[in-house]
Structure formats: C-alpha cells, structure tokens
Design a binder for this molecule. Sequence first.
Ligand code: DX5
Ligand code: ZN
Length: 221
Amino acid sequence: IDRPLVAPSLLSADFARLLEDVRDVEAKGADWLHWDVMDGHFVPNLTFGPPVVKALRRHTDLFFDVHLMVEAPQRLLEAFRDVGADAFTLHIEADPHAHRAIKAAQSMGMKAGISLNPSTPCEAIRPLLHEVDLVLVMSVNPGFGGQAFIPWVKDKVARIRKMLVELGRPHVPISVDGGINAETGREVVEAGATVLVAGTYVFGAKDRGEPIAALKSIPLP
Ligand code: DX5
Ligand code: ZN
C-alpha cells in the first residue's frame, strides 16, 4: 500500500452513539479502528475495556488496533484476544518484561506493538524492534484527546525508522498518536510514519470523510 493508513481514535467518538460513529468512519474509508484503553493509573483517565470491544466486534471487520494505556498490560492479553483484538500495543513504561508480553501476544495470534511516551528515549525500545509488528509513537502525553502535537517527536519517528531500516525491518509500521491533522500528519509521514491515529481531527469534523481522505492523500516519502 502506497499511502499512510488512517486509524480514527474512538476516544473522540460519541460514546452514546459508538456503533453509528464506527459505521460512519468505516463507510468513509477508515483503515483501522484505534481503541484507547485507559486504567486511571498509567494515565489519569478511564475509558473502556474488553466488553465494549466485544460489543462492536460483531458489527465490523475493521482491524482493531488496541492501545493499552494501563499498568501491567500483560494481564489483559487473553481478555483482548478473546474479544477479537487484532493488534495489542503496550507501553514500554508499563511493563519491565515487555518482551515477554510481545511474544505472548504474537503466540495468541495478535499483532504486537510497543508504544513510548514523548519523554521516553528511543533507545528504550531498540531491543524490541527485532520482534515487534508495530511501533506506536506518542506525540502527546497520553490520557486525553485534543492535545497539541509535540513537534520534536518528529525526530523520534525518524530515529526509529532509521533503526528499523538498519535492522532489516523497514516494513514495520510506525504509527503516530496525538494531535494529528493534515499538517502534522504530513510532517510525521515525512519522518517515516506509516499509520496516522487521529481522534479530534476525524470525529470533530462534520463530514468525517474529509479528514480521512486528507490523511490518506499524504504522499509517502
Ligand atoms: C491519547 C490517545 C490518543 C487520542 C488522540 O492518550 O492515545 O489516541 O485519542 O486524540 P487526538 O487525535 O485528539 O490528539
Ligand atoms: Zn491512542
């Protein structure tokens, strides 16, 4: 595929109309659905867990990209596998045995992703780049939608892309999450991102097809 993938973040959807919002972004060209799971500990906010994912799984075949902003995410591997998560992405800051969790997710048939907060150095995930299926780079401090994109995160994206190329794994997707719109999306794609997570930009639009199309039309370098 010769364009970035677009993953609308359901954190910014209307939770009272979740199914309608999912159907809407699916019809308007979303590639993935991004699920922000929060536990009130790793991040100050609370969202949803496996029962909500399960309820929506019956209504769509979209790729479910589950972003775990929780402490000890490995406890939730089976629960998310059982409800049909396609990708299980944990934070390096949340699990000192992230490698074990990544291998476990893969052995359960899920894609395994590693995420890092803005202030976590790229070196922290370097050993895992040999094994992960996805890297999720945070461009805001996680916990809330609608925050401003942190511009120096672009350098981290470029660094991680370079590391992946050097390891002979240039195909591994790099997803960027937080403050993404047409402009910041273009900047991170230039730096090496291939998946754009967008909450406010997509769900805040009257016609969600416009932001989705704008992000999909960004040329890959
Ligand atoms: C932040 C979440 C993001 C969030 C992005 O903690 O991980 O996925 O929904 O929202 P926007 O696009 O509004 O910054
Ligand atoms: Zn997210």
